[in-house]
Design a protein around this ligand. Structure first.
Ligand SMILES: Nc1ncnc2c1ncn2[C@@H]1O[C@H](COP(=O)(O)OP(=O)(O)OP(=O)(O)O)[C@@H](O)[C@H]1O
Ligand SMILES: [Mg+2]
Length: 324
């Protein structure tokens, strides 16, 4: 079956006065219809820039410097602005990283959901309103008929994120991009929102691109995963393979920094303090030559001064490391 989304050799660069920041540097991955795909990595590795590139929302000084993004058989990068507006919000929806800033405080929840529908669907105001109430119910907002007249500041963080999801889903997209949809939420609400996204994915048959810095979230919510480091994909396979037999030392480090179940039960606060990978991500304008991870890698050898190939270490499992 044809893939829903193929990202091929995507390069998104920022032309800064101090130099060119290669935020996304030659990445490729595919998502099948109805599948969920995790994009994971530390802050600054290029996850959001990848998502914004797919939505074609990169603004100067950023530009897409190369590659193809094929959605539903069509190259998004070569589509007209009008075609892109139709794809955006209709076929592909995105939940942005900052829930506070993505809802407009001066409009009611209902206004914002119906607005999205009326732009993309040919329906009356009344139909849009009824559908908006249904959407709010679908995302688990109680008393939807009353809540639809609320302003964003009348809702809790979790409820606001549910509204964001309702807006994203209002036009039945075939791909939902969720950029760290739960970072701003506490652990219990996080679990509820992820469950909601999974549930809706099953019900509506949409594919999900889930962006997170947490491999634990990927483990429970996605089929395939790409691990990014400094603008490149360093490991790529099914979640099962990557978690059971990680092949890149960066992935191994990320896994070791996850709290085990028993740790989490004993002390939630331990989260994030366990065996965090030593050192910091290199600056994009000052990358080391050769392997980008070598400044932090416990396995570093002389050969790592040359850029490692992206090797297929077993069928369908790739890693960018000389040591595999
Ligand atoms: N508008 C911009 N101008 C210059 N550089 C940018 C811009 N937007 C992003 N970058 C750079 O691109 C890199 C990748 O940023 P991106 O937002 O994709 O990271 P991320 O993986 O989403 O991180 P986080 O987990 O913190 O959200 C960063 O180094 C960032 O500094
Ligand atoms: Mg981001």
């Amino acid at each position: 079956m044809e893939n829903l989304l193929d990202v091929k050799n995507l390069k998104t660069y920022f032309n800064l006065s101090a130099g060119i920041a290669k935020a996304v540097d030659d990445i490729s991955f595919s998502i099948k219809r109805g599948d969920s795909f995790g994009l994971v990595g530390e802050s600054g590795c290029g996850k959001s820039v990848t998502a914004l590139s797919i939505m074609r929302l990169i603004q100067p000084p950023g530009e897409i410097a190369g590659g193809e993004i094929v959605f539903n058989g069509k190259d998004i990068l070569r589509s007209s602005d009008e075609e892109i507006r139709n794809i955006r919000g209709d076929k592909i929806s995105m939940i942005f990283q900052e829930p506070m800033t993505s809802l407009n405080p001066v409009f009611t929840v209902g206004d914002q959901i119906t607005e999205a529908m009326r732009v993309h669907l040919d329906i009356s105001k009344k139909e849009a309103y009824d559908r908006a109430v249904d959407m709010l119910r679908l995302v688990g907002i109680p008393a939807a008929k009353r809540r639809i007249n609320d302003y964003p500041n009348q809702l809790s963080g979790g409820m606001r994120q549910r509204v964001m999801i309702a807006i994203a889903l209002s036009c039945s997209p075939s791909l939902l991009i969720a950029d760290e949809p739960t970072t701003a939420l506490d652990v219990t609400i996080e679990a509820q929102i992820l469950e909601l996204i999974n549930d809706l994915k099953q019900k509506l048959g949409m594919a999900v691109l889930l962006i997170t810095h947490d491999l634990g979230i990927v483990a429970e919510n996605t089929d395939n995963v790409a691990v990014m480091y400094a603008g490149k994909i360093v490991e790529y396979s099914t979640v099962r393979k990557v978690l059971s037999t990680p092949r890149h030392p960066y992935t191994t480090g990320l896994l070791q920094s996850l709290p085990s179940i028993s740790d989490a039960e004993h002390d939630e606060k331990k989260k994030g303090r366990l065996n965090a990978i030593a050192g910091v991500v290199p600056h994009l304008l000052n990358l080391p030559g050769g392997c980008l991870f070598k400044t932090r890698c416990p396995l570093k050898k002389k050969i790592c001064d040359d850029p490692p190939p992206f090797k297929e270490v077993e069928a369908g499992h790739y890693a960018r490391c000389w040591m595999v």
